[in-house]
Ligand binder design. Structure first.
Ligand SMILES: Nc1ncnc2c1ncn2[C@@H]1O[C@H](COP(=O)(O)OP(=O)(O)OP(=O)(O)O)[C@@H](O)[C@H]1O
Ligand SMILES: CC(C)(CO)[C@@H](O)C(=O)[O-]
Ligand code: BAL
Length: 286
């Protein structure tokens, strides 16, 4: 596996990679890799001839007071994991390489970025859209893979790709991969590493409480009561706060008061300073 840390090396490596004319898939990550990320790589390998993975802890998507400095960085370990999965090229730039002196451009996607994580983390999705657009332009992949754990992020990226005519990684070639979970149901996430043993045990109540709420939502009626119960269960189970617990249309991300036949449940909750997110279908189609 080649590793590129500058745009010059990336371009040279890509031109070698493209010599055989195969299809190239991009898997963007922020590193601290787990089975969720490796599943994206495996899906990418099945669909493309060559996989390029990126690791970049993007400062522009972290707000003031968020965990930019604490975010786990383990490039050596990550690079061994990616190599073992057969990744051809790792793109791991420095912040200066991505945002050189004088950098001044921002991409902002309206609508789908509003509310949920966009409400709690102002500017977050501008940072995500900006860096993903740059990654697409740098790597020019034929397709890209993102996890459904970050469902709203996937919606923002699809909207941006469509709006900005990012024609090679166009909307049909932006693949969402189902959430990979631990045995007790907790969605895998690099931030799970922040949890103490006790917090980790409590964290499993998040997917359980979501399933219980969905069972009630699926019976019909207004969402208010099951979502209220979910908040209470999380607080009793050791969560410090719930940022949001909402049902939304799975595609438009419009807020719903009841199941519309294409609804998903979205939750973000904090436990000991760690913010966990999850989402699940309410309707069978969502
Ligand atoms: N459990 C998971 N299942 C499926 N995809 C995942 C999972 N966790 C992360 N991903 C996907 O991997 C890609 C890179 O995510 P990232 O590096 O931010 O990891 P993360 O575990 O989501 O970290 P964080 O704790 O920052 O949310 C994203 O497309 C994300 O949706
Ligand atoms: C898509 C992404 C790599 C952009 O920095 C990041 O938001 C992530 O890891 O989900
Ligand atoms: N997985 C999404 C990246 C973030 O939380 O910043």
């Amino acid at each position: 596996m080649q590793t590129a840390r500058t745009l010059e090396v990336l371009r040279n490596s890509l031109s070698v990679l493209r010599r055989d004319g195969g299809r190239v898939a991009l898997v963007p990550t922020m590193g601290a890799l787990h089975e969720g990320h490796l599943t994206l790589v495996r899906r990418a390998k099945e669909a493309a001839d060559q996989v390029v993975a990126s690791i970049f802890v993007n400062p522009r998507q972290f707000g003031a007071g968020e965990d930019l400095d604490a975010y786990p960085r383990q490039l050596q370990r990550d690079s061994e994991l990616l190599e073992a999965e057969g990744v051809a090229l790792l793109w791991a730039p420095t912040p200066e390489e991505v945002y050189p002196q004088g950098y001044a451009t921002n991409i902002s996607v309206a609508g789908v970025s509003e509310g949920l994580c966009g409400g709690d983390r102002p500017g977050h999705f501008d940072g995500v859209a900006t860096v993903v657009c740059k990654l697409f332009n740098q790597v020019m992949p034929d397709m890209a893979f993102f996890g459904e754990k970050d469902w709203q992020q996937l919606a923002v990226i699809r909207r941006m790709a469509r709006d900005l005519d990012l024609t090679r990684p166009h909307v049909d070639a932006i693949h969402g991969v189902a959430i990979v979970r631990e045995e007790d149901g907790l969605a895998m996430s690099s931030r799970n590493a922040y949890l103490s043993e006790g917090q980790r045990a409590s964290a499993a109540s998040l997917p359980r409480a979501m399933k219980d709420a969905i069972a009630v939502l699926a019976e019909g009626g207004q969402a208010e009561r099951p979502l209220g119960n979910l908040r209470e269960v999380l607080q009793v189970s050791g969560f410090d706060s719930v940022d949001y617990a909402e049902i939304r249309d799975a595609d438009s991300l419009e807020r719903l008061e009841a199941d519309n036949g294409n609804a998903r449940l979205f939750v973000a909750a904090r436990i000991g300073g760690t913010r966990l997110i999850d989402n699940m279908p309410v309707s069978r189609t969502a």
